[in-house]
Write a protein that binds this ligand. Structure first.
Ligand SMILES: [Fe+2]
Ligand SMILES: [Fe+2]
Length: 146
């Protein structure tokens, strides 16, 4: 298992926590498939990794979009900052997939999943998502002290 769900910070909105939990499950499943490919680099295992990775991207697009729609609805002031982190993370995910599909570079994929993804996810949820969920649940901006 790559990420323990208990290591992921809980935010003040249940709909976000549910999506994060699904995300962790997909990433852990993907990591297991990556290890299977590493052990046996067959066509079948390659296809399994690629399909699961695509599923992860689809889920992430919906995950980010769900937060962004609500931020826009409520005119969340730091929206561009939060959206910027989402856009960068998605771009990185797509670049890594492209590299994987073109080169079948299992080491690069493994390093990305081990060294970047858990740290990014934890950091993003601890900062952007936490503050955003607080705003959603209270209607108060963290910046509006008066
Ligand atoms: Fe999130
Ligand atoms: Fe987010």
């Amino acid at each position: 298992m790559l990420i323990e769900i208990n290591d992921i910070p809980v935010v003040a909105m249940d709909f976000m926590n549910e999506v994060h939990e699904e995300d962790v499950k997909i990433i852990n499943d993907l990591f297991a498939l990556v290890l299977a490919y590493e052990k046996e680099p067959s066509e079948e295992n390659f296809n399994a990794v690629t399909a699961d990775y695509q599923k992860w991207i689809t889920h992430t697009v919906a995950h980010f979009e769900g937060e962004e729609v609500k931020m826009r609805e409520l005119n969340f002031p730091p929206y561009p900052m939060h959206k910027g982190e989402h856009d960068n993370a998605l771009q990185r995910m797509r670049d890594v997939l492209k590299h994987w599909e073109e080169h079948r570079d299992i080491q690069a994929l493994k390093i990305y999943l081990i060294e970047e993804v858990p740290a990014w996810l934890t950091q993003h949820i601890q900062t952007m998502d936490t503050v955003t969920a607080m705003f959603f649940s209270s209607g108060l901006s963290p910046c509006a002290a008066h």
